[in-house]
Design a protein around this ligand. Structure first.
Ligand SMILES: [Zn+2]
Length: 313
């Protein structure tokens, strides 16, 4: 049993309908001293696997012996989650490009500032749960500043981004707060797609519990990771035309040769093949893809392929 469960909901701002926009957090406070580990999900509102996993983790963790405090922020971007959108509907911004935020800015910038003040700016370690959406499915973990922590999640595939490139391409993510603070941080990408999310949510729960062991927040031996592949380069391949996208790639984690098919886009109206995409690397590994035939627009998230050249274990 935890010593105390404390809920608090700081106000972000006032909405036009007169209600308060709140950030809902729950602290599971242990009997013994230890780190404050923050677990967050749904920074992107259309990636709710992590929010579901945090609900289940809450039910498990509240009856466990905890060292320190586990601060749960199950839904970072509530307004985006309820409309199943990556972007917040008030300002159409991507919250995960706005950190550390601005208390005098747009809604997403104010939300980012509130998350920085009461969550990212005070925790001692951060686990951020992302997933695919209701279209593509994804399965990998980022290396940020604590490789042991990232490995403890137990995914087969990990990604060590080239920092310069990553910084330019994806500024304003939660790591823009956690990395300068020097706290261990990991970003998980698991789940999504038009398939049963149950197995992915189970894996998130198992992986996060192992990370909590690694951080010393709960008792027990850290489970050894399976054999892992660390890629340094990922190619994002998006459909450039809209229509039915039909997957032709191996399952996630599967390997391919250069030129092996990834997907084709077919017109729902004329049945013509509009586009075919292939593996860009001599040896590629599947990180993200659509698992079923789905409707896509030009430029939608499609496939991600890791480069096995230069990959390490
Ligand atoms: Zn995301």
């Amino acid at each position: 049993m935890v010593k105390e469960i404390a809920r608090f909901s700081p106000k972000i701002t006032t909405l036009a309908d007169g209600t308060d926009a709140l950030l809902h957090m729950t602290d599971l406070i242990g009997e013994e001293p230890g780190p404050m580990v923050g677990i967050s999900a749904s920074v992107h509102g259309n990636e709710n696997c992590g929010s579901q996993a945090i609900l289940d983790l809450y039910r498990i963790l509240k009856d466990m012996k905890i060292k320190g405090t586990i601060r749960l922020l199950p839904v970072v971007n509530a307004g985006a989650m309820v409309v199943n959108s990556r972007f917040n509907p008030i300002d159409q911004r991507d919250l995960n490009r706005e950190f550390p935020g601005d208390p005098n800015g747009t809604f997403s910038q104010q939300l980012a500032a509130a998350v920085t003040k009461d969550f990212l700016g005070v925790i001692d370690a951060h686990i951020d749960l992302h997933s695919g959406t209701d279209r593509p499915t994804v399965d990998y973990v980022y290396f940020l500043n604590d490789e042991k922590l990232s490995r403890a999640f137990g995914s087969k595939l990990l990604y060590r981004p080239d920092d310069g490139k990553q910084g330019t391409k994806f500024g304003g993510t939660t790591k823009d707060v956690t990395m300068p603070r020097g706290i261990p941080a990991a970003v998980i990408e698991l789940g999504g797609g038009v398939v049963d999310q149950g197995p992915y949510i189970e894996r998130i729960i198992k992986g996060v519990l192992n990370m909590l062991r690694q951080l010393g927040a709960i008792e027990g031996e850290v489970e050894a990771a399976p054999s892992q592949v660390v890629v340094n380069e990922i190619a994002g391949i998006r459909p450039t035309k809209g229509g039915w996208v039909e997957p032709l790639s191996p399952p996630l984690g599967g390997e391919m040769k250069k030129g092996d098919p990834l997907f084709r886009v077919v017109s729902p109206y004329t049945f013509e093949v509009l586009e075919e995409a292939v593996c860009p690397f001599d040896r590629g590994i599947m990180i993200m893809g659509h698992l079923t035939r789905n409707i896509v627009e030009a430029g939608d998230y499609g496939w991600m392929v890791g480069n096995m050249e230069g990959a390490t274990s």
